[in-house]
Design a protein around this ligand. Structure first.
Ligand SMILES: Cc1ncc(COP(=O)(O)O)c(C=O)c1O
Length: 455
């Protein structure tokens, strides 16, 4: 893309998320329009959006029902005085989200972004313990390779290399364990690897003193670690450990929520109900910032009292529960439920996984992971040695965009999560683009023609 002087100057006046502007200016990409599974840049070039922006547009860009709901709400009210009351539509949203959340997760606090929801969940947990006779419980255990957001506590709970070290020291009271993949090479058996990783959490709780541990925060499927997909048993073990030591289990479903894993939430896919669930991204289909924290209904009792007790949740954000955002959120949930899109994603996910598995023929794919339409592919130099292949990922970053494909590449793995509405022919189209981009990347890196290998 050729940039005019004005746009180039403007790009130098801002910064892109996690990206070097100087590098971006070599291959800039400025979007103008999006619809369904596609985005268009300012030159009119079309891109297949294999990740719904960034795991956001779960219904496809510009879903008409969501936009209509927002238009109708816009005519009524776009902001309600938060220190005096709450918008009626926000109550509707609380009811709607509670109706699709697992178990007795019914206590809903809406927010404007994933980081707000994870940050608030940790504040909520600490205040909860202070008001239920366990004031010493303040520590959080989370996982290396995880990402929970950009704010203080969310960043401290995150365990992703330089995204975290640049801002260290982290807040005190944040401890990390490894997700199951880290131990993989030490266990021949994947189930055993998961059991070991789950039990490591108990070891940390005991070593730290259970009376000081407030919560365990995990992404059910870890995106930044490369779509790390533990077994259902892994979560069952963690659930039992949390119950044993009165530690809250917090699921960060900012990516996995809203149908991608084949159920509304990954908690339902894995059959384990957390005490607090954080969600964002797909919740508004990207039409407007929205997120939410959903806690066990009975936990709310700890925040119930007379004004002089001062036990109310000491927390708020100006745009939390914004009427336009809540109208969008209701429409998203209605679309997913009425069109049975989570079930559709489960079915299409199997088709997608089989297509991605077929990439193993090029000898650089170790594993295809994920659930539903959220899938990740790990790239290796040789599946037998399992040596990572970041050079290939770096090349794939370029060849995917050159082929009109928006893909998440990191660079030892890549991930896809097309809209829940994607049909077989859409997945065929996306996978053909992925294959072409991968072959070109392989040829660019190896300097030879990519060959289909015998298996
Ligand atoms: C798992 C997870 N949690 C939290 C966040 C933070 O969300 P946001 O960027 O909306 O603040 C993200 C963002 O990518 C995420 O992937």
């Amino acid at each position: 893309m050729k940039l005019d002087a004005r746009r180039e100057a403007l790009l130098k006046r801002t910064f892109l998320d996690f990206r070097q502007t100087a590098e971006f200016l070599e291959h800039p990409l400025i979007f103008k329009r999006a619809e369904g599974l596609y985005c268009w840049d300012i030159e009119g070039r079309r891109y297949f959006d294999a990740i719904g922006g960034v795991f956001v547009a779960a219904l496809g860009h510009g879903n008409p029902r969501v936009l209509d709901a927002m238009r109708r709400q816009m005519e009524r009210m776009t902001f309600a005085p938060p220190l005096h009351g709450i918008a009626d539509v926000t109550l509707d949203f609380i009811e709607k989200l509670g109706s699709v959340a697992p178990g007795n997760l019914k206590y809903v606090k809406p927010f404007s972004g994933g980081s707000e929801s994870t940050e608030s969940a940790m504040k909520f947990a600490r205040q909860y313990f202070k008001q239920t006779g366990h004031p010493g419980k303040y520590k959080f255990i989370s996982r290396y390779h995880g990402y929970h957001g950009s704010t203080g506590a969310a960043m401290s709970a995150s365990g992703t290399g330089t995204r975290k070290t640049k801002f260290e020291p982290q807040m005190p009271g944040f401890l990390k364990v490894f997700p199951p993949t880290h131990y993989r090479s030490q266990f021949a058996d994947w189930d055993e690897c998961n059991r070991f990783a789950a039990r490591a959490i108990e070891d940390v709780i005991v070593a730290e003193d259970p009376d000081t541990v407030a919560g365990v925060m995990v992404e059910p499927i870890g995106n930044t670690g490369g779509i790390i997909t533990p077994t259902a048993e892994y979560f069952q073990i963690i659930r039992e450990i949390c119950d044993r030591y009165n530690v809250l289990l917090i699921f960060d479903e900012v990516i996995t929520g809203f149908g991608k894993t084949g159920r509304m939430f990954a908690a339902q896919t894995f059959g384990v109900t957390p005490d607090i669930l954080c969600c964002g991204k797909g919740i508004s289909n990207g039409a407007i910032p929205l997120a939410a924290m959903i806690a066990r209904e009975d936990m709310a009792a700890a925040f119930w009292g007379r004004p002089e007790d001062d036990v109310q949740f000491a927390h708020g954000n100006t745009f939390a529960g914004n009427p336009l955002a809540c109208a969008a959120g209701i429409a998203v949930i209605d679309e997913i439920v009425e069109r049975r899109l989570a079930e559709h994603a489960a079915e299409m996910g199997e088709y997608l996984a089989a297509k991605l598995e077929s990439l193993k023929k090029y000898g650089v794919v170790r594993e295809v992971r994920g659930k539903g339409i959220l899938r990740g592919v790990e790239l290796v130099k040789d599946p037998r040695t399992m040596e990572p292949y970041p050079e290939l990922g770096m090349a794939l970053k370029s060849t995917s965009v050159e082929n009109g494909l928006i893909l998440r590449v990191d660079p030892t793995w890549f991930a896809v999560a097309p809209a829940l509405t994607a049909e077989k022919q859409d997945i065929d189209e996306m996978c053909a683009l992925i294959e072409r981009a991968l072959v070109q990347a392989l040829e660019r890196v190896s300097g030879r023609q990519a060959i289909v290998q015998e298996r």
